[in-house]
Design a protein around this ligand. Structure first.
Ligand code: GUN
Ligand code: ZN
Length: 439
């Protein structure tokens, strides 16, 4: 617990709203000051206007030349898949069969889950990600391991035990009843404990019976503020399979909708093969599409259409989807998101992508008053980015003629090397040059 007041002098980037909709959405200070105390932001603004508030006891860390941004928010990934990232397979369903399920089997063992959870959190923090929506495995101890590791570092993580009671190996199968009971137990143990939050996690419709989805919907009704996460409309073979398994539904999304799983705080991975009705229904329910470009390109799932999402006001955030995704870095995820937008005839600015990865995600997750903005009283989760991380980045950022060009260089050229330091609740939890956590 940090009670000392510390001020950080650097460029500051945050947002008042979506840069796609508001001209004054960007809040940028070229010479800024972020004042932090007791894990929260006290003030942010121009150095010149805040310097007078600094008492002699306040330590000022001089990070001039670097840029502080809110901690990145990754809205979709799987911690048990860390060990099988970059596994070759011809598409989603064969990849699940040949790599994912055998890898997830080992999480029955608590010690394995604990070791992997800690490695996974190191990876997130080295990439500047301070909040993530995390899939565990079917084993409830896999969720205990992740939450305990997150709690030990005082991170704000959202996670859940996977629900799957059919179309998967026996060794990864729960039942509608045991999945309900285990999820209820984990909610009681972890949801709202410190910074931990729970997400009901039916893997996807093909691996749950209608009874299991209904039990999940019942839990969602009993716990209005827990999160819900699943996959939808990722791959054409998967969409066909769902149509066979759930006849009489308007669409794949409708399978979840009819069980009460579409609402605020529900995050749907991929949402590629959607129609206009699906997008409008997401928007109406306040559910969020997690766009996972590195995964969608790697698995050949398809091109998410950001312009259509915007046209129907469907909330969107970004996800890495590790291990289907090929990088833990939200900067690399922006890089690929930009290219996917190009391929669908849309130009996604870096300014918007930084919003999508910070304040936009926080707002979409109903956590906008807690994280993602650097606003006073919010939790002090932030990242110090280094424009001179590599000789090429130094050369390109030195020539940037606008904020957009400067941010675009980070998004297109940056990765974990661009993350100089990461802070969670005011504590340094990663420092690049020490290659270790903490001070
Ligand atoms: N659909 C069901 N399970 C998974 C998974 O683990 N990864 C991805 N990308 N899609 C899925
Ligand atoms: Zn996924």
């Amino acid at each position: 617990r940090i009670t000392q007041r510390i001020a950080y002098r650097a460029k500051l980037l945050s947002f008042r709203g979506d840069p796609a909709h508001a001209d004054d959405a960007v809040d940028f200070e070229d010479d800024g000051l972020l004042i932090v105390e007791d894990g929260r932001v006290v003030a942010r603004g121009a150095y010149g206007s805040l310097a007078a508030q600094l008492t002699p006891a306040t330590e000022v860390r001089d990070l001039r030349g670097k840029m502080i941004v809110p901690g990145f928010i990754d809205t979709h990934l799987h911690y048990p898949q860390t060990d099988m990232i970059a596994s070759p397979a011809p598409g989603l369903l064969p990849w699940l069969e040949s790599y994912t399920f055998p890898t997830e089997r080992r999480f029955a063992e608590l010690a394995h889950a604990e070791e992997t959870a800690n490695f996974f959190l190191d990876q997130l923090l080295s990439c500047g990600t301070t909040t993530a929506l995390v899939y565990c495995t079917v084993h409830k101890q896999s969720a205990d391991a992740l939450f305990a590791a997150s709690e030990a570092r005082n991170l704000r993580m959202i996670a859940g035990k996977v629900l799957m009671d059919r179309n998967c190996p026996d060794y990864l199968r729960d039942t509608a009843q045991s999945g309900y009971d285990d999820s209820a137990e984990l909610i009681a143990r972890w949801h709202g404990r410190g910074r931990q939050l729970y997400a009901l996690t039916p893997r996807f419709a093909p691996t749950s019976t209608p009874e299991q989805l209904e039990a999940c919907g019942a839990l969602a009704r009993e716990h209005a503020d827990v999160f819900i996460q699943t996959h939808v409309a990722e791959n054409v073979d998967e969409v066909k399979w769902v149509a066979e398994l759930f006849p009489g539904h308007r669409s794949y999304l409708d399978v979840y909708d009819r069980r009460g799983l579409l609402r605020r705080r529900a995050i749907y991975g991929h949402c590629i093969h959607f129609d206009e009705n699906d997008r409008l229904r997401m928007a109406e329910a306040g559910a969020v599409a997690s766009h996972c470009p590195t995964s969608n390109l790697f698995l050949g799932s398809g091109l998410f259409d950001m312009a259509k999402a915007d046209a129907s006001s469907m909330p969107v955030a970004l996800g890495t989807d590790v291990g289907g995704g090929t990088s833990f870095s939200m900067l690399q995820t922006m890089n690929e998101a930009h290219k996917v937008a190009r391929m669908t005839g849309h130009h996604l600015t870096a300014t918007r992508m930084f919003w999508l990865a910070t304040a936009g995600a926080a707002q979409a997750l109903d956590l906008g008053a807690t994280i993602g903005t650097l606003a006073p009283r919010t939790e002090a989760d932030f990242v110090v980015l280094d424009p001179e991380a590599t000789p090429l980045m130094a050369r390109r950022t030195a020539r940037a003629e606008s904020l957009e060009e400067w941010l675009f260089a980070f998004a297109l050229l940056g990765d974990d090397r661009a993350v100089y330091e990461t802070y969670a609740a005011g504590s340094c939890v990663h420092r690049r040059d020490e290659n270790s956590e903490g001070q």
